[in-house]
Design a protein around this ligand. Structure first.
Ligand SMILES: Cc1ncc(COP(=O)(O)O)c(C=O)c1O
Length: 339
């Protein structure tokens, strides 16, 4: 096994041994190719470069105490990548190709799967781009599907601690009927300025509001928003947010803990009424939120009074990460072992 300082690894890129690639040409996908190069040879008029025909996914594998490598809900990522492809007119990657590509990439880079107990994991990044040349605004006729992996450290280096967030009213990441519901690069480009403003002001992340009315909560940067009150898990219903697989999984766990789940518009003022608030996604699973400042009014919503995550957020976090690492049983069939 590779000897890296797993616990202090950032969420960044580290070179591994292999990646896989597959090309779509003449209306069909070719053979999966294994590569040890970190570079791709791309036509300068590729639609990915000019018109943003690009979608990606993100998921993690974990080493269990039993030495088995566990992959979490890959079928959901595969489905979401198909929705992304459909949304911006790209060739869809069939489930079996997606599955084979991620398994092969993990298998070929086994020595980079961080050990059990390090809090680190191996992050899988599937990427689909329009590789065919176009100059007019039109979809490509050729596509490249690529998967690489990189080991990433634990999200919370100092443990599971609440963070402060900022509501932006200056920037939107996605239009109401735009591409916010899919995982395409343009949404992330559109979010960079707001994130930068938040970081420079010392906030961990930014909370985007609905772009039409600026009344409802959309998402927390690259994570979904959820909140807890009255034994209820509340999460926004919006056409411009990415359907998070962690959010979907937390909803299931919350139901099985005897909680109600409400998926509905969440007005900003409701922040005053929640017992717990969190951001959820693959990177952190849950980022508990301590306070949220409204950038334009200066109003602060104080969620937690101290530096501790709420009890329910902690339980949700422990149950979900327990399933991911194999410390807890997997009653939902969310885990696939990578042999
Ligand atoms: C915009 C956005 N929202 C939410 C999420 C969380 O989704 P998931 O739980 O599938 O990682 C992500 C990360 O993938 C994201 O980029």
């Amino acid at each position: 096994m590779e000897t890296l300082d797993w616990k202090s690894l950032p969420f960044g890129y580290i070179k591994t041994d292999y990646n896989v690639r597959c090309y779509y040409r003449n209306g069909q996908w070719g053979e999966l190719e294994i590569s040890s190069s970190e570079y791709i040879n791309l036509h300068m008029a590729a639609t990915a470069l000019h018109y943003g025909q690009e979608a990606f996914e993100g998921m993690k594998v974990f080493m269990g105490k039993d030495g088995q490598i566990r992959l979490f809900r890959w079928d959901e990522n595969s489905r979401r990548m198909k929705t992304s492809a459909e949304g911006i007119m790209m060739a869809e990657v069939p489930d079996d190709l997606f599955h084979k590509a991620i398994l092969t990439t993990v298998q070929m880079n086994k020595r980079f799967v961080p050990p059990y107990g390090s809090g680190a994991s191996l992050y899988i990044r599937p990427l689909l781009i329009g590789s065919g040349a176009q100059v007019g605004v039109k979809e490509a006729s050729e596509y490249l599907f690529l998967v690489f992996v990189t080991p990433v450290g634990p999200y919370f280096k100092e443990g599971f601690r609440p963070v402060n967030m900022m509501i932006t009213r200056t920037y939107d990441r996605a239009a109401p009927l735009g591409t916010g519901y899919i995982k395409v690069g343009g949404n992330y480009a559109a979010s960079l300025r707001a994130l930068d403003v938040a970081h420079k002001k010392g906030y961990a992340s930014v909370l985007f509001l609905d772009a039409r009315e600026k009344k409802y909560i959309d998402e927390a940067g690259p994570a979904n928003f959820f909140a807890i009150k009255n034994n209820t898990y509340v999460t926004p219903k919006s056409k411009s947010i990415l359907p998070s697989i962690i959010n979907k999984s937390l909803q299931q766990i919350a139901k099985d803990m005897g909680m109600n789940v409400e998926i509905r518009p969440v007005p900003v003022e409701e922040l005053d009424t929640f017992d717990e608030v969190g951001a959820c996604g693959t990177a952190a699973v849950i980022s508990p939120v301590r306070s949220i400042v409204d950038e334009s009014t200066g109003k602060t919503y104080q969620i937690s009074k101290n530096d501790e995550p709420g009890a329910i957020s902690r339980q949700l976090y422990e149950k979900l990460t327990g399933i991911q690492t194999g410390d807890l049983p997997d009653p939902y069939g969310w885990i696939e072992f990578v042999e």
